[in-house]
Each structure stands twice: as structure tokens, then as C-alpha cells.
Design a protein around this ligand. Sequence first.
Ligand SMILES: Cc1cc2nc3c(=O)[nH]c(=O)nc-3n(C[C@H](O)[C@H](O)[C@H](O)COP(=O)(O)OP(=O)(O)OC[C@H]3O[C@@H](n4cnc5c(N)ncnc54)[C@H](O)[C@@H]3O)c2cc1C
Length: 272
Amino acid sequence: MIIKRDIDFIKCYFEDQSGLLGGNADEAILPENQEEAVEILKDHSSKSKPITISGGGTGVTGARIPFSGSILGTDSLNKIINIDKENMFATLEPGVRLSELQQELYRDKLTYLPDPTEPNAFLGGTVSTNASGAKGFKYGPTRNYIKRLKVALSTGDVLDIERGKIFIKKGVIFSLPLKNKEIKIKMPSYSMPAIKNSAGYYIKDNMDLVDLFIGQEGTLGLILEVDVMLGKKPESIMSFFSFFSSEQDALSFIQEAVRKTYFLLNTWIQTP
Ligand SMILES: Cc1cc2nc3c(=O)[nH]c(=O)nc-3n(C[C@H](O)[C@H](O)[C@H](O)COP(=O)(O)OP(=O)(O)OC[C@H]3O[C@@H](n4cnc5c(N)ncnc54)[C@H](O)[C@@H]3O)c2cc1C
């Protein structure tokens, strides 16, 4: 692992795209494999030393900016572990940059459909923020494409969870599926608004455990590995600007477009 204490090296981790000022930390630690990342968490947990996880630093809320302790940079956890073309999914480490992932997939005429807009974001950052992007209206956010997560808790205990296997109710006390240890958590019981929102942890009745770790901004654990579902790359994409004489005209256009062209668009996008 690389440990840097030189301020000239670590100051780049004191900022993201939010413009938030005043970040500081003693050191930046860059694990070179998942085992090292787990050891770093165990060590900090035993000393009760704060640690802030850093992805690509493209966030707009200041969430990766530390205010004490250490930075854990995921820059070197950047392996594309496997691309399973037949079953259309990829296994990736969190430091894989979105632009690199897309380049790799395009070679096989595949794509990562949620495609959050900022190509310099890391996959781990986009999972931790449940990012969506310019294509979000059609494809929805990152959450819809996560099949499996491997997450290290702040204690260094590792969870490996597949979507569709473990469901939890709101408000219950729940034992995390760990091999040699019992860690219980109390699920919150608030209701989320029925609109697109990113505030707070994702909570629904009978929710999949995977969903708790999507959008948690590094507060519940370090994402070590992700299985994402893939789609076929469209042959071409058309972009256009439209001008409307009223808000109602614009809304009607969108409703009509969704109703009339969804099927055509879908067929077109899925045609190899
Ligand atoms: C020009 C521009 C356009 C953008 N467009 C969009 C958009 O369309 N949609 C959108 O949703 N966002 C957008 N963003 C915001 C940003 O790109 C996303 O929030 C992105 O997901 C952040 O990823 P990152 O790797 O840069 O994470 P960072 O900024 O480094 O970190 C974000 C949060 O994730 C946590 N984190 C990072 N990696 C891990 C990990 N491995 N495990 C656990 N926690 C981790 C950090 O601790 C922090 O809380 C845009 C930003 C810019 C600058």
C-alpha cells in the first residue's frame, strides 16, 4: 500500500466539485488490493481513528472531503475482474473509472446503461451515490443495475451479498450475514418520498440488503467489488434541443414521447 503524508500530494483529496473548503487529514492511504483495504479499516477501527473513502472526486456535495483522520483512496483498486458477455454482467473493483469501463465494453458492443454523466467518476463512487445521468429518464439510476456487492464494514468485516437473496423489513433489528461474528443493525423506519431523491439511506419494507449499501456515501462501508448488469451498445445516439411555448407543451411532449416511442426506442436500442 502507498501511504502519503506530504501535503502537496494529499491536498488533491481535500476537494471535489462542490467547492467545499477546509478539508484536512493526516495521511492518504492507497491500498493496492482488497486485503490491504480491509486491514486499513481494521487498524483504524481498533484505534477509533476516522477514515474517509475517496473515489474519483467528482462528487458535488463534499462527501469525500475529510475533516480529520485518514483518507482511503480507491484509485488502485481498479481491476476489471471479469466481463461475462454471455450473461451480460461485469465484476469490477470500485476504482474503475466509468470512461475506462465504457471503452472496454464498447469493444464487445456492450455498454453500462445508467452511464452517469461524469466519465471521471469511479464505479465505487457512483454506487455509493446511486448516481444517474443524462440517460436516467430511460434507464434509471445505478441501483437498477447492481447484482452483487462486496462491502467491508468499518470494522473490516466483509459482506458479500447478491441481489434477491436477503430481504429486510423496516424498523427491525437485523443480524448481518457475516461468517464468524454477529453484528446487529436496527433498520430505520422512515418513509422515502415517492419521487427521485438521494437524501438518507434507502429504506423500504422488505427491501433487498444490497439496496442499503447503494447511496450510502461511504458511511456504512467500503465497496470492494461490484457485479453490474450490462446492456447492448446502441448503434448510434441522437441528441437534440427543443423549444416549447409553454411548460404544459413541454410536459405533453414528454408524455407523448414516452407513450408513443418507448416501444420503438427500446427495439432500436436493443438491435445490435
Ligand atoms: C460535470 C459533472 C456532471 C455530473 N453529473 C452527474 C449526474 O448526471 N448524475 C449524478 O448522479 N451525479 C453527477 N455528478 C456528480 C458525481 O459525478 C457523482 O456523484 C459520482 O457518483 C461521484 O463519483 P466519484 O467516484 O467521483 O466519488 P467521490 O466524489 O470521490 O465520492 C462520492 C461519495 O462516495 C463515497 N465513496 C467513493 N468510493 C467509495 C467506495 N468504494 N465505497 C464506499 N463509498 C465510496 C465517498 O466517500 C463519498 O461519500 C456530476 C459531477 C460533475 C462534475
